[in-house]
Design a protein around this ligand. Structure first.
Ligand code: ATP
Ligand code: LTN
Length: 334
């Protein structure tokens, strides 16, 4: 345990808005597992973030448990890492309020995700959606994280987190560590199988566009077979070959092969062979996760116990930072 104190700190979170896709897995979750060997890791189910889209209460409850089980199914040891649910640690919402007051309206309004989501859902552009990045900043800063493993789409939120932290530190002295993003090279952006110019998203209305980490073998094979490619029938990485580039990225991530190796492997072969190999690699990658997930979901008592312990461990660390920030701002201490 003592040795843990010297390891650098990693924090990340994922919203319980649906079953994670292969994009979430290769872009973020797979790195979470890999980093857990070398860092002190805090991983959260970001349930507070997920109410910006107003889910059905029973769906939110079920998905929170499922997402938590999935994190353990990745092979994250709940004793070695702190795996918790964001709303179980009140310090997140408390620090987020403070950070709101050190964030300018203009800088939050520039966030691409805010602009995209408010355009897509004009009927519900709530203040929570606008303040999403300050809550995310609180998640990160509370744990004094050195690194934050995320997909490329979240990079801008990391930048605003750094800006807010630097501003606060500048006003009050060192309070927060300035975190760095960790974006894995391959898998940073897995694209939709049906429109490879768009990122693969778990909320896509076309289920053929994404692979869920819990899809069975036949479904994975079918979805990859129907993935959009091009009419050239040659496997190489190149401009205008978004579909093939995407499948190559997925294959590279699952097998560790380079683009040059993949090109050599499929030289003289068509897309049929290539897609079959990609599907097989994806199935091999995801099967152990699905198996562990099914096992964990059958033991709710164990999951609840892990959640409870996770919340306790996370609160201990988070409250220390929160108290420090509150002291600096000038809140009256009892
Ligand atoms: P939604 O579809 O509901 O907007 P999402 O699929 O983007 O959500 P999040 O919960 O917002 O998922 O993201 C979880 C993590 O997965 C983040 O680190 C994000 O950067 C990463 N991620 C999401 N989509 C992709 C993708 N297509 N490729 C790589 N990484 C991704
Ligand atoms: N906004 C993130 C999820 C998230 C997160 C975080 C990621 C919430 N809090 C803290 C990293 C660190 C997303 O992936 N959409």
């Amino acid at each position: 345990m003592e040795a843990n104190l010297e390891k650098e700190i990693v924090l990340s979170a994922i919203q319980p808005t649906g079953t994670p896709t292969l994009g979430n897995y290769l872009g973020a979750l797979k790195n979470w597992k890999e980093m857990s060997a070398d860092y002190t890791c805090y991983y959260a189910v970001a349930d507070l973030h997920s109410i910006t889209v107003r889910p059905e209460p029973k769906d939110l409850r079920r998905r929170t448990l499922e997402m938590y089980a999935l994190l353990l199914a990745l092979g994250l040891d709940p004793e070695q890492n702190t795996v918790f649910v964001q709303s179980h640690v009140p310090a997140h919402a408390q620090l987020a309020w403070i950070l709101n007051c050190y964030t300018q309206f203009g800088e939050a309004a520039r966030m691409t995700q805010f602009k995209d989501k408010s355009e897509k859902h004009p009927e519900n552009v709530n203040v929570g959606l606008f303040a999403y990045p300050t809550l995310m900043a609180a998640d990160i800063l509370l744990y004094q994280a050195h690194y934050v493993p995320i997909g490329a789409d979240q990079k801008q939120h990391l930048e605003i987190t750094r800006d807010i932290a630097e501003r606060f530190n500048g006003l009050y002295g060192e309070t927060f560590r300035i975190p760095a993003p960790f974006i894995g090279k391959a898998g940073a952006r897995v694209m939709s199988l049906q429109d490879p110019t768009k990122k693969m998203s778990k909320s896509d209305t076309n289920v053929k566009a994404f692979i869920s980490v819990l899809d069975d073998k036949d479904t994975i094979v079918r979805k990859i077979k129907s993935a959009v490619t091009d009419s050239e029938a040659r496997v190489y990485y190149g401009e205008g070959k978004d579909g093939v580039n995407n499948l190559m990225g997925i294959y590279a991530c699952c097998t560790g092969k380079t683009n040059a190796q993949i090109e050599a492997e499929f030289s003289g072969k068509g897309y049929g062979d290539f897609k079959a190999a990609v599907a097989e690699a994806v199935v091999a990658e995801l099967a152990p996760v699905k198996e562990a997930f099914d096992r964990l979901m059958a033991d709710k008592a164990y999951l609840n116990e892990c959640m409870q312990k996770g919340a306790q461990k996370a609160s201990y660390v988070a409250e220390k930072t929160l108290r420090k920030a509150m002291r600096r701002v000038g809140f009256y201490q009892l």
